[in-house]
Design a protein around this ligand. Sequence first.
Ligand SMILES: Nc1ncnc2c1ncn2[C@@H]1O[C@H](COP(=O)(O)OP(=O)(O)O)[C@@H](O)[C@H]1O
Ligand SMILES: [Mg+2]
Length: 262
Amino acid sequence: MLHANNLTKCFFPGTPNEIVALNGLSIELSEGQFLTVIGSNGAGKTTFLNLIAGSLFPSEGKITLNGKDVTTVPEHVRAQMVGRVFQEPGMGTASGMTVAQNLVLALNKGHKGLKIGVTQDRKSALREELEQLGLGLEERMNERVTHLSGGQRQGLAVLMATLTMPKILLLDEHTASLDPKNARKILEITEQLVTEKNLTTIMVTHDMNQAIDLGDRLVMLHRGSFVADVNGKKKEQLTVDKLVELFSERNIVDDELLLTMT
Ligand SMILES: Nc1ncnc2c1ncn2[C@@H]1O[C@H](COP(=O)(O)OP(=O)(O)O)[C@@H](O)[C@H]1O
Ligand SMILES: [Mg+2]
């Protein structure tokens, strides 16, 4: 499904400011797998997602998606295959547009030429999707997204990212700017949509509980490389204590961790 092979990303190469954000990172994900990526600030999590989405190209290495080499396929072309939710609720939605218009925008993603509009039929189908989120958005379809709360906006962003059944869903600390109650609600929605649509998913987080609770596989990203990979029964039985132990076994010390436990 996804095959990332020996990815390296270097910023400002050959200068005194050179940063090696990813350092020979490889991973293979099968269809329907839900991977959580845990790592501290600056570990390279967002860079990893940027390479998969095509927002950035790797300095070295290769990425295939569904058997297709997409290593240097531009982001707007890859967009049809990739759904993405960012940390900031503002980034996943168009603030000047209504809830309904945002959803239609999501439906049109990656389509050239003929665009679909907001017909009455389509609106009622979308209303049903909104109802399932349990955020009351179905009553606010004609309201501008700026009027919504951060939680509602992020819920809408998750729905938009999954609406067209992307080949891969990328979640970048997408609950980090929400209060704990809203964060839990958005995680519930995420699990519900991922399960219902059987989406191959990568969720990046610095929250150990989130990384443990969601998904069927966990990898630890540290200084641009994966340093642990836990799946199957081991993932099911993972606890915060065991995860902390995994970090300390790899000499990743507390002040580097900066991970949160909610
Ligand atoms: N576009 C960029 N230009 C320059 N440096 C970057 C860029 N994006 C990320 N970096 C650097 O790469 C490293 C990894 O960053 P990032 O992937 O954002 O980490 P994380 O998401 O795990 O916090 C950091 O040192 C960061 O400053
Ligand atoms: Mg990040």
